[in-house]
Every structure is written in structure tokens, then in C-alpha cells.
Design a protein around this ligand. Structure first.
Ligand SMILES: [Zn+2]
Length: 312
């Protein structure tokens, strides 16, 4: 695969994001950075340094809908825009979808015993939409699809970090564009998001994420071009490390549940120094560990009024 990496700054804690320009039968840009002026400059400079103009880009392919990856689709008005169907909701941002999304979070956060004053804060922060792109997709990509203009480059649906997450594997060379499925320095957070079918059933993001990691392990890849940080070659070691860390966290959660607790109470004990600043994220992590322990039949939950209480 003829890959040119473009490093793009973001205003997020994660730091820089990577876009990848790939020359095949088509000239395709995988991910585009957040919609900031700094990111636009980096993108333009990166495309120039590969010997092209912005207007030469024929296709934009998105690994997932998060704004650090999907913002500047708007800079390529003439290009085809491809991604998972779910990305399209985040591009169009219809009133109906935004109302659905907000209600999804509100009802879930109430089940988790999050105090009302925090709920609107989380709904609003997650709703900061200005760094998102606004260009609807021209084509949806499904699991197993070949990317147009790139024979042998196959999409794999890998949800967990995002409900729209895809990776793109070149079957012959065993090289992939990996989005945020696996990162070298940090764990990919299994964020709670409304489901792809727009029902009110919360996806179990950490369980999905673990399944996606196992899929990745079985793909036996040689190299991943990751969405943040360095390219990854020690793939299976890194996957084992991520799974072991989650196992340790789950054990911690089990200890915390020596007495019955709500998700909010577990989160406060598990992440005492950061839960206030990063409540949405830490709640997502706690729920992930609880889903895992439930699946392992180590914890149970029941409704007390309109709140879930977890116990061993
Ligand atoms: Zn990312």
C-alpha cells in the first residue's frame, strides 16, 4: 500500500490525529482531522508534501465519526465520502437525530444514578458539534466491502470505541489502516453511544471492543497505520496488554462492589481524581467493566425505582 501519513493537531486531550493519503487506482484520504484552522493547514501541507492539491483527492474514507477524525470532510466538496452508515447521522445532524441522541444519554445517565446537575453538562459537552463535518456520505461501507479504487483493500466492522468503527485491511500485504481500534500509547476508550439501529438499547461498548480486538488478533496483520501515535507492529503483544489491563480494572470493580452500588458510585471510587472532570468518559469505562462482569456472571443488577444497583 502506497501510504503517506499526515499528522494533524487536535484541541483534544489525545493530541495529534493521523490521516493517511493512499494512492491506488483512486487517490483516497483516510480520515481528515477536526474542523479547526490549524488542522486545515496541516492537512493542506501534508497533501502538498505528497505532491498533490486538495482538489486532487477523489475519495474521503472515514474510520469512524468522531470529530478528531471526521471534521474536514467539508474541505473536499467534490470528493466521494465513504464510511459506515452511522457516520451519516453525525454528518446530517437532523433535529430528530439530535433529540434522539440527547434522550438516549439522559435516560441512560438517570439509570446510572448520575445527579441531574451533571446530566445536562454531559449531554451538552458531548453535543459540541462545531468540530464535526457536515457533508453527508455518498456511499455506505459495510463489513467485508472492498474500497472502490483499491482492489484487495477490505473493510472490517470493528465497533467498541465508536459504533461506526471500520478498519481497512490490505489482504495481500497484511497491512491495515486501523483508526482507533489499537493505539500504541493509550487504550481506546469504549465510549457509550446510541446504537446503530437508533433503538434505545445501549450497546455494550467494552464487550464489542474486546470482540473487535480478538478479530484484529485473528487477522494476523504485519502493520497497522494507527489513528493516533506511531504505526504498530507488535500488534498481538499490545492486544494482550490491553486485555490484561481491563481484567485488572474489572477485579478492582469487583472489590468496590463488596456492598451494592450504582454506576455513579462505582465511578467515584474507581476514578476518584478524574471523575468530575471527565465524567462522561469515566462513566463509560465503569459501565464497560460492569457489562463485562455481568457477562462473566460475577455481578448482577436490579432496578431500584428507576436506578440500576449492581451487586456481587
Ligand atoms: Zn481518535
Amino acid at each position: 500500500m502506497n501510504v503517506h501519513k499526515i499528522v494533524i493537531p487536535t484541541p483534544y486531550a489525545i493530541g495529534d490525529v493521523n490521516a493517511f493519503l493512499v494512492k491506488g487506482d483512486a487517490l483516497t484520504l483516510f480520515d481528515v482531522g477536526p474542523k479547526t484552522t490549524e488542522a486545515y493547514e496541516a492537512l493542506k501541507w501534508g497533501i502538498h508534501s505528497a505532491g498533490y492539491e486538495m482538489s486532487d483527492i477523489e475519495q474521503v474514507v472515514l474510520t469512524h465519526h468522531h470529530p478528531d477524525h471526521a471534521g474536514w470532510v467539508d474541505a473536499f466538496p467534490d470528493a466521494a465520502v465513504l464510511g459506515h452508515e452511522y457516520v451519516d447521522h453525525w454528518m446530517r445532524k437532523t433535529n430528530e437525530f439530535i433529540v434522539y441522541r440527547n434522550e438516549f444519554y439522559r435516560s441512560n445517565l438517570r439509570l446510572q444514578a448520575v445527579p441531574e446537575e451533571y446530566i445536562e453538562q454531559i449531554v451538552k459537552v458531548r453535543g459540541e458539534m462545531e468540530l464535526f463535518g457536515t457533508t453527508p456520505l455518498t456511499q455506505f461501507i459495510n463489513d467485508g466491502d472492498e474500497i472502490p479504487g483499491h482492489p484487495g483493500l477490505i473493510a472490517y466492522y470493528t465497533p467498541g470505541h465508536a459504533q461506526s468503527h471500520l478498519i481497512f485491511v490490505e489482504e495481500n500485504s497484511r497491512v491495515a489502516i486501523g483508526g482507533d481500534l489499537l493505539l500504541d500509547k493509550v487504550a481506546s476508550n469504549p465510549l457509550v453511544e446510541p446504537p446503530v439501529d437508533l433503538s434505545n438499547v445501549r450497546p455494550k461498548s467494552l464487550l464489542q471492543y474486546h470482540n473487535s480486538l480478538i478479530l484484529l488478533q485473528n487477522l494476523q496483520l504485519r502493520k497497522i497505520f494507527a489513528g493516533h501515535g506511531n504505526d504498530i507492529e507488535n500488534i498481538n503483544d499490545l492486544i494482550s496488554l490491553r486485555l490484561e489491563k481491563d481484567e485488572l480494572r474489572a477485579k478492582q470493580v469487583l472489590n468496590i462492589l463488596s456492598t451494592p452500588k450504582t454506576v455513579f458510585e462505582v465511578t467515584k471510587e474507581l476514578y476518584p481524581s478524574i471523575y468530575k472532570k471527565q465524567l462522561g468518559l469515566t462513566l463509560s469505562k465503569t459501565i464497560g467493566h460492569l457489562d463485562y462482569l455481568e457477562k462473566e456472571e460475577k455481578v448482577k443488577k436490579h432496578l431500584e425505582g428507576e436506578i440500576y444497583v449492581y451487586y456481587c
